[in-house]
Design a binder for this molecule. Structure first.
Ligand code: UDP
Ligand code: MG
Length: 325
């Protein structure tokens, strides 16, 4: 007899005690309408509140609930990775714990999957309860990354999506430290389609992505998917040198033609600081890449587990560089 089809739902949670009961109830009601076997893989990303204990209680009460507890807070993208490594499903859905992504949309994603698509990603039509600043920066970010990198990440998507086993296996093979999951999913190729939805505001609790984390995330995304900034450094260097040549040419001409030429320290100062600035920018850009090479060279596991409830060891094809207890 063939194995039943299994759908996994991966939910990263960091300090989500306020919203978790709500999310769980909501998810469970949606699961009732899924005509396949289901499991929910909650990943506790080193929460400092009651989230971990709540998840363990949920596991004790419902065997479909699987729980991973990471040894500390690793960040959203790594938490998602841990969940993907552990999920057993033939299709895996990623969803945030704060109900900003409506769980009902999962049903539509499953429809697309049955139609033969390998990835069904949620695409936000609008976003309630976000500041104008966040909306504007998010928009800028997607435009920028699509310009700079050679893969096209669909606009206005988050990590809310369904992926076929093929895609998840592909992601599990990608062990890079600086992870930008939606970009990596685009990279895998296969057949991808959008499922439009309205993004609600957080059901409870506060955003775990302050501006500094968002900026870090954007830099990670750009650097891991593009070497354009490195080339930018070269371009800035050329422009600076060209500027210096022009100034030199002018000074020579001025001497020959006896034009008035201030023996000025101002021009000297300007050009020195300009060149200095360019060099520092270039060094900074190269530094970002060197830092990444350094992090990869250490070959550390992406995360360490504290507890694993209801899950066997990872199913992924290559577990040589896997997180281990
Ligand atoms: N999250 C996580 N680790 C972190 C930060 C966030 O696992 O270090 C989880 C969080 O619990 C939520 C999801 O990632 O389920 C998205 O976070 P959040 O809602 O704070 O981000 P936003 O929607 O504001 O971008
Ligand atoms: Mg959120």
């Amino acid at each position: 007899m063939s194995r039943n089809i299994l759908i996994s739902i991966v939910v990263p949670c960091f300090n989500e005690e306020e919203v978790l009961p709500l999310t769980h109830a909501h998810l469970r009601s949606v699961l009732e309408n899924i005509p396949y076997d289901t499991e929910i893989v909650y990943v506790d990303d080193g929460s400092r509140d009651k989230t971990g204990e709540m998840l363990e209680a949920m596991h004790a009460e419902d065997e479909r609930v699987k729980v991973l507890r990471l040894s500390r807070n690793y960040g959203h993208q790594i938490a998602v990775t841990a969940g993907l490594d552990a999920a057993q499903g033939d299709a895996v859905v990623l969803i945030d714990a704060d109900l900003q992504d409506p769980p009902e949309v999962i049903l539509e994603m499953i429809e697309r999957w049955r139609d033969g698509y390998d990835v069904a990603y949620g695409q936000r039509i609008d976003r309630e309860g976000e500041t104008a600043f966040k909306l504007w920066t998010a928009k800028l970010f997607y435009r920028l990354i699509n310009r700079l990198s050679n893969i096209q990440i669909p606009l206005d998507t988050g990590d809310f999506r369904l992926m076929d086993r093929k895609v998840v296996d592909g992601l599990c093979l990608m062990r890079e430290q600086d992870r930008f999951i939606r970009g990596m999913v685009t990279w895998t190729g296969f057949r991808q389609t959008a499922v439009p939805y309205h993004r609600a505001s957080r059901a409870a609790g506060e955003t775990k992505y302050p501006f500094s984390k968002m900026l870090r995330f954007a830099i990670d995304a750009i650097i891991s998917f593009s070497t354009v900034p490195l080339r930018l450094a070269t371009a800035v260097g050329f422009i600076a040198s060209a500027f210096a040549l022009v100034v030199m040419g002018y000074s020579l001409l001025a001497v020959v033609l006896q034009l008035p030429l201030e023996p000025g320290w101002a021009s000297l100062l300007i050009s020195v600081s300009f060149i200095g600035g360019c060099q520092l920018i270039c060094l900074g850009i190269i530094g970002e890449y060197v830092g990444r090479i350094y992090r990869e060279a250490k070959r550390r596991p992406l995360y360490l587990l504290r507890t694993r409830l209801g899950l066997s060891s990872p199913r992924s094809a290559d577990d040589s560089n896997e997180g281990r207890e």
